[in-house]
Design a protein around this ligand. Structure first.
Ligand code: UT7
Length: 371
């Protein structure tokens, strides 16, 4: 029997603190008028000190599980896509797994910058279709405010914090994720990057002095690349699925810049109202922008059961890709669950395991010393 990967739940986590363009005028040499006319962005959210990429990702995942009617212990796989992961390793997905109490789940991260959510969703859907797993949570989560140089007006006006998550579930009913295309052009790796902190340029006093631990971007080539590939990837995925653009009900693009979306819409000869846009309120949240926009579309009734939706994005790498899905929404026979309750249990469990590990390592240490 054929297996399909349906999108049955979605959730978002958006920090409360709003940073407006007016606020930015006090921080760098910019203006609300410049930011709105060049990007369409009016405000963005900034994580509070106690929020992290994993905590936002976990909040979004819990919301998505609630919608899908799944317990964290039902989850087989968690993939986090992030451009601001908590560490190089361990994976942010493992920290999310611990927070939400998804004790049976494998967990790993994907690094494909802003295209990451599309790539991750495609990977999880493949794992479901092959029969390897049944339930997956795919998350895009960011605290970009921590890696942005707040004195660099070329970048700091663009980015925001937040997380979005989808639940994917196996089913024999046709639908769900239908097709995807994934591309990369590593010759453009240098135009959008976080230069230091990896193994090539480990963090040092020198890298910090030169601000190499912040996002660096040459905006114009990224803009040119984006305007070309957004339409190209959309057309490619639609053709691969044997459909035409007329079959598409909604496009949920990576929310980077309104002008990029206008060029893509012109290239596709599609009206702007076929595009879900909320970058005016959240800025560019990298991997989180597509699931945040899709969740809003679903909540506002712009994405309904049976709708054909294209998710399309581009980003550092350079990477780009698109994914075509038939929207499902929560399954009618789903049970009422409260994944929130698992959090407390997960915390107790995690604390117990940490304690046990400490005690054991101490005992073993003493054994070795003959104590
Ligand atoms: O997820 C992927 C992330 N990256 C992107 O999506 C970035 C894609 N690129 C873009 O969206 C655009 O290139 C930007 C919004 C970053 C910049 O817009 P632009 O129309 O390409 O502006 P520009 O870089 O050509 O700069 C035009 C002028 C420059 O001044 P001069 O040299 O003409 O005197 C900049 O110095 O605007 C200046 N400028 C600013 N002025 C006020 C650059 N940033 C700002 C600013 N406020 N924040």
């Amino acid at each position: 029997m054929s297996r399909y990967a349906h999108i049955t739940g979605w959730g978002v986590a958006l920090p409360e603190h709003v940073l407006t363009n007016k606020d930015l005028e006090q921080m760098v040499d910019t203006s609300d008028e410049w930011i709105v006319s060049r990007t369409g962005i009016r405000e963005r959210r900034i994580a509070s000190p106690d929020q992290t990429t994993a905590s936002l990702g976990a909040d979004a995942a819990v919301e998505a599980l609630k919608v899908a009617g799944l317990k964290p212990t039902d989850v087989d796989l968690i993939i986090v896509a992030s451009s601001s992961p908590e560490h190089i390793f361990p994976a942010t997905a493992c920290i999310v797994q611990d927070i939400i109490g998804a004790t049976r789940a494998g967990a790993f991260d994907i690094s494909a910058a802003c295209s990451g959510f599309i790539f991750a969703l495609n990977m999880a859907a493949q794992a479901i279709r092959t029969g390897s797993i049944n339930n997956a949570v795919v998350i895009g989560a960011e605290t970009l405010s921590r890696i942005v140089n707040w004195q660099d007006r070329n970048t700091c006006i663009l980015f925001g914090d937040g997380a979005g998550a989808f639940v994917l579930q196996a089913s024999g009913e046709p639908g769900g994720v239908l097709e995807a295309v994934m591309h990369a052009d590593g010759s453009g790796a240098d135009v959008l990057s976080l230069p230091a902190g990896g193994s090539k340029l480990p963090t040092s006093a020198d890298t910090v002095a030169h601000g190499l631990h912040y996002v660096h971007m040459d905006g114009r080539p990224v803009f040119r690349f984006a305007t070309r590939v957004m339409a190209e990837a959309t057309q490619e995925v639609v053709a691969k699925a044997g459909l035409t653009l007329d079959d598409i009900d909604l496009i949920v693009p990576h929310q980077a810049n309104y002008r990029i979306l206008e060029v893509a819409a012109r290239g596709l000869k599609m009206p702007m109202d076929k595009f879900m846009v909320n970058l005016d309120r959240y800025g560019n949240t990298s991997t989180a922008s597509i699931p945040i926009a899709a969740a809003e579309a679903a909540e506002k009734g712009r994405l309904r059961r049976g709708d054909k939706v294209v998710l399309v994005g581009f980003g550092g790498g350079l990477t780009y890709g698109a994914l075509l899905a038939e929207w499902t929404g929560p399954l009618p026979d789903r049970p009422e669950v409260n994944p929130e309750r698992y959090r407390l249990w997960a915390k107790v469990r995690s604390t117990g395991l940490r304690l046990k590990r400490k005690v054991l390592s101490q005992t073993l240490g003493e054994d070795k010393l003959g104590g």
